[in-house]
Design a protein around this ligand. Structure first.
Ligand code: 5GP
Ligand code: MG
Ligand code: MG
Length: 196
C-alpha cells in the first residue's frame, strides 16, 4: 500500500511523497504492457514514437521488451507549463521520423484529459501513417475531454499529481525510479525553492 517517503529536493531539503508504484511494480507493469503489444502486432514491423519528455524512462524500458522489428522516433509535446494544470498543448514535430505508410505506436507516460494523444494521433494520420495505436503507462481516473482512449495501458491511478519514472514537476523528479504522489503543500515548497 501507500508508503511515506522522503526525497531530497533541489535545496537538499526533504520533500514528503507517497510511493504509488515501486520499482518492482513498474517493471511488472511495463512487462505486461509489452506482452499485450507483442500479442497485438506479432512480428509486424512497428514505428514506435516517444512523446517527450515524460515518456523517456518508460520508452527506454518498453522498446527493449518488444519483440518485433522497430523504427524508433520522438516527438515533443507539452501542456503543463511549469505547473499542475494542463494548459495549451504545444507540439514540436521537427525531430519526428517519417511515418508515412507505417504502423505507428505512440507512447506516452500518462493519459489525463487525453488532449495530447488525441492531437498526436491525428497528426500521425495526417502524416500518412497506415495505422495509429497508443500506449500509456498510467491512466488517470478523471474527466477525459476527448473520445479517444489508449489502446494499451498498464495502470489505472487516482486523480492525483504524480512524479517520477519520467514524470516531472517543473522538470524535476523525472529521475526517481518509483512513481510518487507529490502532495499539494510540498508542491508549493518545491515551486518556491525553484524560483529562489
Ligand atoms: P493530457 O493531454 O492527457 O491531459 O495530458 C497528458 C500529459 O500531461 C502527460 O504527457 C503528462 O506530461 C502531463 N500530466 C498529466 N497528468 C500528470 C501528472 O499527474 N503528473 C505529471 N508530472 N504530469 C502529468
Ligand atoms: Mg507529456
Ligand atoms: Mg510535465
Amino acid at each position: 500500500h501507500l508508503t511515506a517517503l522522503l526525497a531530497i529536493s533541489q535545496n537538499r531539503k526533504l520533500i514528503r511523497m507517497r510511493i504509488l508504484l515501486d520499482e518492482a511494480q513498474l517493471t511488472e507493469g511495463v512487462e505486461r504492457l509489452a506482452t499485450e503489444i507483442d500479442h497485438h502486432f506479432g512480428d509486424r514491423p512497428l514505428t514506435v514514437i516517444a512523446i517527450m519528455t515524460g515518456s523517456l524512462v518508460l520508452f527506454a524500458d518498453l522498446i527493449r521488451r518488444l519483440s518485433m522489428p522497430q523504427r524508433v522516433g520522438v516527438v515533443q509535446a507539452s501542456s503543463y507549463r511549469g505547473g499542475l494544470k494542463s494548459g495549451d498543448l504545444t507540439v514540436d514535430a521537427k525531430m519526428l521520423i517519417d511515418v508515412a505508410g507505417r504502423d505507428v505506436l505512440l507512447v506516452d507516460d500518462i493519459f489525463d484529459t487525453g488532449k495530447t494523444l488525441d492531437r498526436l494521433s491525428g497528426m500521425m494520420s495526417e502524416f500518412g501513417a497506415a495505422s495509429v495505436k497508443t500506449a500509456v503507462l498510467l491512466h488517470k481516473r478523471t474527466d477525459h475531454i476527448v473520445e479517444l482512449r489508449p489502446d494499451f495501458k498498464a495502470f489505472e491511478i487516482p486523480d492525483e499529481f504524480v512524479v517520477g519514472y519520467g514524470l516531472d514537476f517543473m522538470d524535476m523528479y523525472r529521475n526517481l525510479p518509483y512513481l510518487a504522489i507529490l502532495e499539494p503543500h510540498e508542491i508549493e515548497q518545491t515551486a518556491a525553492e525553484a524560483k529562489s
